[in-house]
Design a binder for this molecule. Structure first.
Ligand code: NAD
Length: 338
């Protein structure tokens, strides 16, 4: 994978000076030429964003960061990132900005709120939202950006915290082809796969469909593991059987929900880090909204949504979504009683 942003590998704080313009100018649409010596803005330094921003730094980009929690910025600043006072300040200083925020209201606030990006955005700025949000909000923000001469694309990700750390995310991009071409090199600094899904909003559509399938398969894996254990099977043996049989899926193969079966997954770390149950409930809600709008039958998606919502109300909101195993194992029933 040849990426000229990534190829200029200089570490952290000395990165800006080493970013040169020459390498791939000819491959870019004219209106985006010249952006690659500039600062890249990054807003939302949580479980995912911190690693993504760090990968941009390590690939030689000069970055400006912002998060509502100042502590979230400390480590990146120590590694050479600059700080913006608020999103509007960042918009004044950067002509490519990536946002990685929890949900639609956070994204709306950061772009369209007081001191939001749209207050100061410069014409031609590329705005890339990698949060998972409602595709209709994405489309509204794209219209608002266009009125200011800027470009808004959706580029939600799949892969989880480990992939974010390893720079191995999958990006699902919605926007015009030329705009996709202009941002893909930047995204390859944080991911292994960058896929153009279609017009703005289609990245989010792909993402919520993926996560609906993920939630269903995580619940299925958890049910099977719990039943196997109650039938006297060793959990590691059960996991081995699933992964050499037709029950295999991502949840069983790389993210087993049972503590102690796999190393370096949230289930073996008290379900800390990873992808929060509240975020999964949010994504399933988005899928249900889209299913209602399109009259699509999603009975298992609907049930998965209910299960994750009940978990949120049962003390699980900040635990990784694989904690559905614990929720089932501890005997929570569908009316919330044990
Ligand atoms: P997170 O809650 O860990 O991080 C979000 C960050 O945004 C926090 O640091 C928070 O302080 C910051 N923030 C909130 N409001 C803000 C505002 N107004 N201005 C600036 N910063 C603000 O979330 P995460 O796990 O990093 O996920 C981010 C997005 O990525 C979500 O939409 C999620 O659905 C999606 N996602 C997460 C994972 C995962 O495994 N965690 C995987 C794929 C996609």
């Amino acid at each position: 994978m040849a990426t000229f942003g990534c190829a200029i590998a200089s570490a952290g704080k000395y990165a800006c000076r080493s970013l040169l313009l020459s390498a791939s100018r000819s491959t870019l649409p004219t209106k985006f030429i010249g952006r690659y010596a500039s600062q890249v803005g990054f807003i939302g330094l949580g479980n995912m964003g911190t690693h993504m921003a760090r990968n941009l730094l390590s690939k030689g980009h000069c970055i400006v960061v912002y998060d509502v929690y100042p502590e979230a910025m400390t480590q990146l600043v120590d590694s050479g990132a600059l700080i913006a006072q608020h999103p509007a300040d960042m918009a004044e200083r950067c002509d490519r900005i990536i946002t990685m925020l929890p949900s639609s209201p956070h994204v709306q606030e950061v772009y369209a709120g007081e001191n939001g990006i749209f207050q100061q955005v410069k014409p031609g700025t590329l705005l890339i939202d990698s949060s998972t949000i409602d595709p209709s909000v994405t489309k509204d923000l794209a219209i608002m950006a266009e009125k200011r001469g800027a470009v808004f694309l959706d580029a939600p990700v799949s892969g989880g915290v480990l992939s974010a750390k390893q720079g191995a995310l999958t990006f699902m991009v919605g926007g015009k082809e030329s705009e996709y071409e202009a941002i893909k090199e930047l995204l390859y600094c944080m991911g292994e796969n960058v896929v153009h899904c279609g017009d703005v909003g289609t990245g989010q559509a792909a993402k919520i469909c993926n996560n609906m399938a993920l939630a269903i398969s995580m619940i299925g894996t958890s049910e099977a593991m719990n039943l196997g254990i109650r039938l006297g099977l060793d959990p590691k043996m059960m996991s081995k059987i699933l992964n050499m049989s037709s029950g295999r899926c991502w949840a069983s193969e790389v993210y087993n929900p049972v503590p102690g079966v796999m190393e370096k997954v949230p289930s073996s770390n008290d379900y800390q880090g990873g992808f929060g149950t509240a975020l999964m409930a949010k994504d399933l809600g988005l899928a249900q909204l889209a299913a209602t709008k399109t009259s699509s039958p999603t009975p298992l998606g609907s049930l998965a949504h209910q299960i994750y919502r009940m978990m949120v109300n049962s003390g699980f909101p900040h635990k990784d979504f694989s904690s559905v195993f614990l929720y089932l194992q501890e005997g929570h029933t569908f009316n919330g009683r044990k």
